[in-house]
Design a binder for this molecule. Structure first.
Ligand code: B12
Ligand code: SF4
Ligand code: SF4
Length: 309
């Protein structure tokens, strides 16, 4: 196994692949259409930095290779069955951005020692988790880490789709991996299970996605979707939970940094219903739950409570 992949595993990632940095021509066409159709809802940041998003060499001048890493987050324990649901990605005490960035920095340092500091851009951000104009799933796919399933998430053939993606852009040529062909076949389980029918025409309409509605949207949840939240108060795992690649391959993660917040596992309905801002801040200040904000989470809890009356 090559040095970078071996080092990625040694710092705690579950998989690593490498792709040549080049413009994503087909994705540019796809993304433009996706945006024109309004599938990004109110996430206007997806409309910005288009050239950077489709071309890593515009984002990080001098970049030659894209290293993609995966971190399995499938949890050992689940919430109580009657409890309002939080998507698994947000279970951990520490926000996954922090966990992945620390590991990526460690990987980067070791690569710098081996290949020389010039392989890392010092003038541009070159290490990414979620928040930059980078099509992370596409790069992970190009780096041979899996394929983009019909539910639009990256599926690793041995891990499933409960993985976070991290990206490191390097100024050196490396040996590249080959993409894996999609293995969804004729399956449509994710599309059939989605309560809001958010997966349509081979893409995701974020306006209908519970994950968008309960975290990203600044507006109240539209009435037509309120009864369809399926008890989710933050994010949604329905399309991933039904995917045969997850039911068969998802393995409980062994990352101490991703240990769940105790309250998420222990709280039942009444504890969520009585959540105060003080309680929210003291329990979730380092967790990904913070992104939704207290008022949004509270509104979501109220909708679920009303649904269950
Ligand atoms: C915006 C966003 C969302 C939005 C929109 C989701 C979406 N499907 O775009 C919302 C809020 C709904 C969301 C939800 C979730 N998200 Co999110 N999200 C992102 C973010 C920040 C950007 C994604 C993006 O660029 N979307 C725009 C679309 C057009 O891009 P795309 O789907 O990647 O598609 C590109 C390629 O795949 C390709 N492509 C796809 N289909 C086709 C078809 C053809 C013909 C062609 C040519 C190309 C092509 O072209 C597209 C580019 O134009 C990424 C992080 C990042 N920077 O990449 C995380 C990310 C995708 N999210 C992630 C996660 C974990 C989730 C949730 C599971 C969280 C949850 N449990 O609630 C859900 C899953 C919902 C779902 N079914 O996708 C992970 C996914 C990990 C994985 N293994 O796939 C990411 C990568 C974050 C991370 N660093 O780990 N997310
Ligand atoms: S995350 Fe939930 S709402 Fe969004 S596409 Fe998947 S099943 Fe549908
Ligand atoms: S449920 Fe079926 S169609 Fe959907 S992503 Fe998984 S394998 Fe593909």
């Amino acid at each position: 196994m090559n040095f970078i992949k071996q080092t990625a595993l040694s710092v705690g990632f579950d998989a690593c692949g490498i792709a040549k940095a080049e413009a994503l021509i087909e994705d540019a066409v796809f993304m433009k259409k996706w945006l024109v159709e309004g599938n990004h809802a109110d996430m206007h940041y997806l409309d910005r930095n288009f050239e950077k998003r489709i071309n890593p060499q515009v984002l990080v001048p001098g970049c030659k290779s894209v290293v993609a890493v995966l971190l399995n987050y499938f949890p050992k324990q689940k919430q109580k069955p009657e409890s309002p649901k939080v998507a698994k990605y947000a279970y951990s005490i520490t926000d996954y951005h922090t966990v992945l960035k620390l590991k990526l920095k460690e990987l980067e340092q070791k690569i710098g020692i081996k290949y020389g500091d010039d392989c890392i851009s010092t003038s541009h951000q070159h290490l990414f988790v979620d928040s930059a104009p980078v099509l992370e799933r596409r790069w992970a796919e190009r780096a041979g880490l899996g394929w983009i399933g019909k539910h639009t998430q990256l599926i690793h053939p041995g891990l499933g789709s409960y993985t976070f993606i991290g990206i490191l852009m390097l100024n050196i040529d490396l040996e590249y991996d080959l993409p894996i062909l999609p293995h969804c076949g004729t399956c449509t389980k994710c599309m059939d299970a989605c309560p809001t029918k958010a997966i349509e025409n081979g893409t995701l309409n974020a306006r209908r996605c519970i994950s968008y509605l309960t975290i990203e949207s600044k507006n109240a949840i539209p009435v037509e979707f309120q009864s369809k939240l399926s008890d989710y108060i933050l994010g949604c795992d329905i399309c991933a939970d039904v995917c045969p690649w997850n039911t068969k391959w998802a393995k409980q993660n062994s990352h101490a940094e991703l240990s769940p917040v105790t309250n998420i596992l222990e709280w039942d309905k009444s504890e969520w219903q009585n959540l105060t801002e003080e309680n929210y801040n003291s329990n979730f200040s380092y967790s990904a739950i913070k992104r939704a904000g207290f008022s949004k989470l509270k509104q979501n809890i109220d909708v679920i409570t009303k649904n269950n009356l």
